[in-house]
Write a protein of this length. Sequence first.
Length: 118
Amino acid sequence: MNKSRIKPYILLLAVVFGYSFGGVFSKLASKEPFLSIKWILLYGGLIAILGLFAIIWQQILRKVPLNVAYICRAVGIVFSMSWGVLFFHERISPLSMLGGAIVIAGVILILTGGKKHE
């Protein structure tokens, strides 16, 4: 696969990566008093992430098939689990790790599709 064909998929994964930070902003905001400055800034960050995601997502859908794009969004679950561990010291169960591995394996299978690379 040449670089011009890979670029939209890299952008897709980068956008899903950024989108997954929305959960971090949301969880941090939930710990703040309603309408405090911190709450407003955190929810403002969340809205900015969602807005930017929506705009870029529409552009990605022009270049990536819809079914592939939505499958790649599942990687956001893996990113979100990682943020839970990094920022909130949450534990990931072995079953969740297995699920994350299955998601990643599925995305790789869909993206490669068993086709010969050009």
